[in-house]
Design a protein around this ligand. Structure first.
Ligand code: KIV
Ligand code: ZN
Length: 392
């Protein structure tokens, strides 16, 4: 396995499904799991089997069907959770149990009303029990972003010694700044004696809009797995967005990292997830939003029409999106107008475009966006006749 590969752990079907009102049935989950496998993700977190019979069934059915990706089931550090997850994962070619417990003092005191020692004890027992069922055991130290660092390092060392193959360092509350999250990963790399026996995973939430930045800081400091969801869906403000981290890693060659995701499937899958979960994607969403490849201001349109890379760092085809769009608004310039008229089959001289531009501005000032139909109607009949004659 290359040291530079970033494992993509998709949790759309588990953390993503925690979006209020997004409950998916087994059939919908299977369809999404098949698309995620085709996309090339390494791990699919298919659900939290103890949470409901429906979730158990989904994890079980997905485990039967998916052959290439690892299938992961979430548990608390609780015996019954682990046994039920193991049963749900039984048919999987590559099963993984994802178990864990709170690691910050806030969680230890208020959620568990216990001591740090007891947390370590429960964590180690959970990992050892999971190892009875599967080889691949991921441990999550919930709220690691706000945990005491030396305690976190000790906890991680103990669970690796107990057999954890992946150690997940969640910024559960989305609290960390990128340099702080990166420093946590660096600290673990330097202070956990057996850290080389496990993959460090980033699981970041987006409460301050930093989930993607934090995940990238994590891999820049030695983490080799990112937990993410399509469209960044997830609990509260969501999780790290899969399409963002994949494209950051692809665009920034200097990171010297790669994923096995086929980026050309990102846009279609984003649509599929949005439709299936009935959550519209915000138009300005990076990579997959409706406006991600639209150019609307005159300065940008002029530059883009001369050379696309002036204003586009990614070609839409790279992520399977529709062609870039030139949106005509009152901020558009003559070159955009001429371009769109040309696409509609008209050929006008520069002087004619100057005349039409004045008419265009009048229409544009009364509308948010000028559509093709508005353009047809705006052109005086006399100019249409001349344009037609020139075209034939
Ligand atoms: O945000 C979180 O800490 C989680 C864990 C259960 C991995 O989702
Ligand atoms: Zn989470």
């Amino acid at each position: 396995m290359s040291h530079n590969k970033i494992h993509i752990f998709d949790t759309t079907l588990r953390d993503g499904e925690q979006v209020p009102g997004c409950k998916l049935n087994t059939k919908e989950k299977i369809e999404l799991a098949l698309s995620l496998e085709q996309l090339g993700v390494d791990i699919i977190e298919a659900g939290f089997p103890i949470s409901s019979p429906g979730d158990f069934e989904s994890v079980h059915e997905i485990s039967k069907i998916i052959k290439n990706a690892t299938i992961c089931g979430l548990t608390r550090a609780v015996q019954k959770d682990i046994e039920v997850a193991a049963a749900a994962l039984k048919p999987a070619v590559r099963p993984r149990i994802h178990t864990g417990i709170g690691a910050s003092d806030i969680h230890i005191k208020y959620k568990f009303n216990t001591t740090r020692e007891d947390i370590i004890d429960r964590a180690v027992k959970a990992v050892k029990l999971s190892k009875n069922f599967v080889d691949d055991v991921e441990f999550y130290a919930e709220d690691a972003g706000r945990a005491d660092l030396s305690f976190l390092a000790l906890l991680i060392e103990k669970v690796i010694a107990a057999g954890a193959t992946v150690v997940n360092i969640p910024d559960t509350t989305g609290y960390c700044l990128p340099h702080q999250y990166g420093a946590i990963i660096a600290y673990l790399k330097n202070h956990v004696s057996n850290i080389d026996r496990a993959i460090i995973s980033c699981h970041c939430h987006n409460d301050l809009g930093l989930a993607t930045a934090n995940s990238i800081a994590g891999v820049a400091h030695g983490a080799r797995q990112i937990e993410c969801t399509i469209n960044g869906l997830g609990e509260r403000a969501g999780n790290t967005s899969l399409e963002e981290v994949v494209m950051i890693i692809k665009q920034h060659k200097e990171l010297d990292l790669y994923t096995d995701v086929n980026s050309q499937l990102l846009y279609p899958l984003s649509r599929q997830v949005s439709d299936t979960m009935r959550v519209p994607t915000q138009p300005n969403k990076a990579i997959v939003g409706a406006n991600a490849f639209s150019h609307s201001s005159g300065i940008h349109q002029d530059g883009f029409l001369k050379e696309a890379t002036t204003y586009e760092i990614i070609a839409p085809s790279e992520v399977g999106a529709d062609l870039s769009k030139i949106v005509l608004t009152a901020r558009s310039g003559r070159s955009a107008l001429a371009f769109r008229l040309h696409k509609l089959g008209y050929q006008f001289t520069r002087d004619e475009i100057d005349t039409l531009y004045e008419l265009f501005l009048q229409v544009a000032d009364s509308k948010k966006e000028v559509a093709d139909n508005d353009l047809h109607q705006m052109i005086p009949e006399s100019m249409k006749i001349v344009a037609d004659a020139m075209a034939h």
